[in-house]
Design a protein around this ligand. Structure first.
Ligand SMILES: [Mg+2]
Length: 276
């Protein structure tokens, strides 16, 4: 037998799965970063915003653990405590993290410009809206309420705490597939502002779009991004695009306001028999 034949999905996009902080709300993904800095400060270990952001996208306990494993943070920890951080230290910091994060979420819950327009256009095309997040369920109750007040209500929200493991594992995406009753996975598009969030979509067998400017890669509120020297802004933008393409993103754009042409392109590729 000389030939084999491959089965290909040639239909439309059925669902888009959106991240939360840095994708649909909290321009610059500020809320978690400021709390991670505070949590380490309380242990006598100062960390920078860049260190706080490095593992962004992960389950928040895993995130704290990954910060503590960064070489410079580990050295500062050992200088302060005369021993490496333990699981009990991570548990204690996570216990600190939860109430601090709950207390300040609403300070950062403004929708990112373009979110309502993009979601509205997707819905008019018959696309279902799912979402995934590294936040815990109790945090998402606050974010979902704040988002609904501003007119954004996804059909499904899955938290890292709802599944066996958060990003970069595909489980949150796959739980959305079940909740939304869509199939196959290549009819789904994952959109995120972090590399683990891009990998989450790829691991689920979906198309993955990275958002370079509105989230963790630049890590600044909109007004501060706009105030950057144009050369510096472009340098940071290019760095984010490079990192996200190297992370495997099928497309990278500045923010959710620019994703609709990517969806058009994906549908043309699906129609040609391409898969993610
Ligand atoms: Mg995010």
């Amino acid at each position: 037998m000389t030939f084999t034949y491959a089965r290909r999905y040639r239909g439309k996009i059925q669902a888009v799965l959106l991240d939360w902080a840095g994708t649909t709300m909290d321009y610059g993904c500020m809320a978690p970063a400021v709390v991670f800095v505070e949590v380490f400060k309380r242990q006598g270990v100062p960390i920078t915003m860049d260190e706080a952001r490095a593992p962004m996208g992960a389950h928040k306990r895993v995130h704290i653990q990954k910060i503590s494993q960064l070489d410079p943070v580990r050295q500062r920890w050992e200088a302060a405590h005369r021993r490496p951080p333990t699981e009990a230290d991570i548990d204690r910091m996570f216990a600190d993290f939860v109430p601090l994060q709950l207390a300040c979420l609403s300070d950062y819950s403004t929708l990112i410009p373009g979110t309502l327009e993009a979601v509205g256009a997707m819905r008019r095309r018959g696309i279902k809206i799912g979402s995934t997040t590294g936040y815990l369920g109790e945090m998402m109750e606050i974010n979902r309420k704040d988002a609904a007040k501003q007119g954004y209500e996804p059909d499904s929200t899955v938290c890292a705490s709802d599944v066996p493991a958060g990003r970069p594992y595909p489980y949150m995406c796959l739980q959305n597939v079940i909740n939304l009753q869509v199939s196959p996975v290549e009819a789904c598009v994952k959109i995120d502002d972090t590399i683990p969030g891009i990998e989450e979509g790829l691991n689920a067998g979906m198309w993955s779009i990275g958002l370079a400017m509105s989230g963790n890669e630049i890590g600044l509120p909109l007004a501060e991004v706009q105030a950057l020297d144009p050369g510096e802004r472009e340098r940071r933008r290019q760095r984010a695009y490079t990192r996200m393409y190297q992370g495997g993103a099928h497309y990278v754009v500045d923010s959710i306001a620019e994703v609709l042409p990517c969806l058009d392109d994906i549908e043309q590729r699906l129609a040609r028999g391409e898969r993610p």
